[in-house]
Ligand binder design. Structure first.
Ligand code: C2E
Ligand code: MG
Ligand code: MG
Ligand code: MG
Length: 279
């Protein structure tokens, strides 16, 4: 009895693993086609000032316009893209598009700093840094107006060449920002050694505000000690924004202000803002 049950479990486990592998394989093929056929696009989520509520920047967020599945979110394919190494090619596409967007905004006289997500894998890719270095010449963008968002895991020291890459990217003018701050295993000693310009407080800490915001206050003072700028992520309520403003956090991003929007819609927002200011 017990033996046949064990055997059954084993069969079910093998079946499960096979399905998982198949799914992974077909997603990989799908992604390869997506790269060939140019199925990716970028949405932009505004970053706004907690006091004036003006747009002061935006984060580029990757989307996949899948022929059958529709718009696919990055959480559903970035992990596989990372495992398969396809993230390097996809990331190259992202950075060129962000660079062209930044230089386009300058031409339209509505320039704001932009940020993009960089996966740890990309920092180990020797061609990544070289490509980033050539972007300003190639596209006319200002490296100073582009932030590279990396996760805390990068600071743990086990990603090959991460430190050298970040130092070179910083020297090329890019800003280095820690994304989802507080959710990983930040080694505070490492934090001090890396060329960090800013941190983004993970949205899970927005819940903390309702009960006094002790942790957010701690992160804000840490950032100030490191001379790093701060963006609060995942701000969904007026109370959260007001609290951030009162506690000296000047920049926020979240559904309260705007969801990520298609590129043209973001440009429209910036142009509308300039028109209002001119009135
Ligand atoms: P992230 O960089 O932390 O981006 C913030 C995510 O939070 C976005 O999800 C955004 O839509 C969502 N968000 C923004 N405001 C709110 C809010 O008020 N409430 C809630 N509940 N969520 C909010 P998205 O676009 O699905 O991206 C998920 C993650 O995928 C990103 O997290 C980032 O880690 C990764 N990702 C996105 N684009 C890229 C990319 O170009 N390259 C790489 N390597 N990763 C990317
Ligand atoms: Mg991000
Ligand atoms: Mg984040
Ligand atoms: Mg995230």
């Amino acid at each position: 009895q017990a033996k046949s049950e064990r055997k059954n479990k084993c069969v079910r486990y093998k079946e499960f693993m096979r399905k998982l592998r198949d799914k992974h394989m077909s997603l990989k093929k799908d992604l390869e086609r997506a790269i060939r056929e140019n199925e990716f696009l970028l949405y932009y989520q505004p970053i706004a000032c907690t006091r004036t509520q003006r747009v002061v920047g935006a984060e580029a967020l990757l989307r996949w316009q899948h022929p059958e599945k529709g718009l696919v979110s990055p959480d559903d394919f970035v992990p596989v893209a990372e495992e398969t190494g396809l993230i390097n090619e996809i990331g190259t596409w992202v950075s060129r598009n962000v660079a062209y967007m930044q230089s386009g905004l300058k031409l339209l006289n509505v320039s704001v700093p932009l940020s993009m997500n960089v996966s740890p894998k990309q920092l180990s890719d020797p061609t990544f840094v070289a490509r980033m270095q050539s972007l300003p010449k190639e596209t006319g963008c200002n490296a100073n107006d582009i932030s590279l968002e990396i996760t805390e895991s990068v600071l743990l020291g086990d990603i090959p060449h991460a430190y050298e890459s970040l130092t070179k990217l910083k020297a090329a003018g890019y800003r280095i920002v820690i994304d989802d701050f507080g959710t990983g295993y930040s080694n505070l000693a490492y934090l001090h050694n890396y060329p960090i310009d800013g941190i983004k407080i993970d949205r899970m800490f927005m819940n903390d505000i309702a009960t006094g915001g002790a942790i957010v206050k701690l992160i804000l003072s840490l950032a100030s000690a490191l001379d790093a700028s701060v963006v609060a992520e995942g701000v969904e309520t007026v109370e959260q924004r007001a609290w951030l403003s009162e506690n000296g956090c000047n920049r926020f991003q979240g559904f309260l202000y705007s969801k990520p929007v298609p590129e043209q819609q973001f440009i429209d927002m910036l142009q509308a803002q300039v028109r209002v200011a001119a009135m």
